[in-house]
Design a protein around this ligand. Structure first.
Ligand code: PRT
Ligand code: ZN
Length: 279
């Protein structure tokens, strides 16, 4: 299955917040990549999978037009594209199949500190600056709010200072950008993270089998990320004998937990990272 049509094409962000995580995740699934000179395509050496490096905004389109089989992109970008496609009469042109637990952020409404806000009705007759016209309009419609949307392609947070808007609707992660611009978050419209989307077009049995295998490996990679393998000697109750205990813990193991185990009589405590897990 090595002809170009038989190879799986995955669209990933070329340079940005999602790039390193996306490529790293696929490498941890066992994919070895040759990075081409022009850096537009990474070829899979050991599996018929290639990565197309593109702007994140282009990823849902490439997948919906079946140029790529899969894409890794923020849910915020997927939702915006989906609403735009639906507005143009094209529904369901890609399926969202998997959440990747990185690239976490939220699309939120914010206003200059001191602005009165008591719920969506406070947005009535206001001007709201955003790059996410689709998601914002959808939210306003659902809440029966009549407000003006003002498109900004970037630097949305300066719109109020420029006198162009009363509110902004933008991505927030730590909140420091809002703070630096004297803005307060008032409402969350969407919780986002990186997701895998797949074309609606049938892939054929071989390709689908490989996609399923990659998704199963992704599952394993995500599961072991925080997991730790714990070994310790624990006393049997009633005598001095000790037994060796081995366990997998799915969450971060804190020093306090180890100290408590030691206080309860455990010894030779060892915590190791887990590399791979197959359920
Ligand atoms: O060039 P290209 O179009 O591919 O990249 P881009 O500039 O459009 O995207 P990029 O790389 O900035 O972000 C890619 C994806 O990362 C987004 O679509 C989100 O899914 C996700 N993500 C996670 C974020 C953030 N966190 C984030 N904090 N995207 C943007 N921001 C920006 C936000 O717009 C604001 O300007 O960071 C600022 C706020 O951050 P805090 O930490 O100050 O709150
Ligand atoms: Zn972008």
């Amino acid at each position: 299955m090595d002809s170009p049509e038989q190879r799986i094409k995955i669209a990933v962000q070329k340079t940005g917040r999602l790039t390193d995580h996306s490529v790293e995740l696929l490498e941890r699934c066992g994919l070895t990549l040759t990075k081409s000179k022009d850096q537009l395509i990474y070829y899979g050496e050991n599996m018929p999978i290639d990565l197309l490096l593109v702007r994140d905004d282009d990823i849902p389109g490439l997948v919906s037009e079946d140029i790529c089989d899969l894409g890794i992109v923020g849910l915020n970008v997927v939702e915006e594209k989906r609403l735009n496609l639906e507005a143009g009469g094209n529904a369901g042109l890609f399926k969202q199949i998997y959440e990747l637990d990185f690239g976490h952020c939220r699309l939120a409404l914010a206003a200059p500190e001191g602005t009165e806000y008591s719920g969506p009705e406070s947005l009535e007759k206001s001007r709201i600056a955003t790059s996410y016209i689709g998601i914002l309009s959808n939210y306003l419609n659902k809440n029966n709010i009549d407000a003006e949307t003002v498109y900004f392609s970037g630097a949305v947070e300066i719109a109020p200072k420029l006198g162009r808007a009363d509110f902004i609707c933008d991505l927030v992660s730590t909140g420091s950008t809002l703070k630096a611009n004297g803005l307060t978050e008032v409402e969350v419209l969407l919780e986002s993270e990186a997701v895998v989307i797949q074309t609606q077009a049938p892939l054929g049995a071989d390709k689908q089998a490989l996609v399923d295998k990659i998704l199963q490996r992704l599952d394993g990679v995500l599961q072991v990320r925080e997991s730790k393998y714990i070994m310790l000697h624990a006393p049997r109750s009633g005598n001095d004998e000790k037994v060796a205990v081995h366990a997998v813990c799915r969450e971060t193991v804190f020093w306090e937990t180890l100290e408590n185990l030691k206080a309860a009589g455990a010894s030779s405590l060892l915590v190791l990272p887990v590399e791979k897990m197959l359920a």
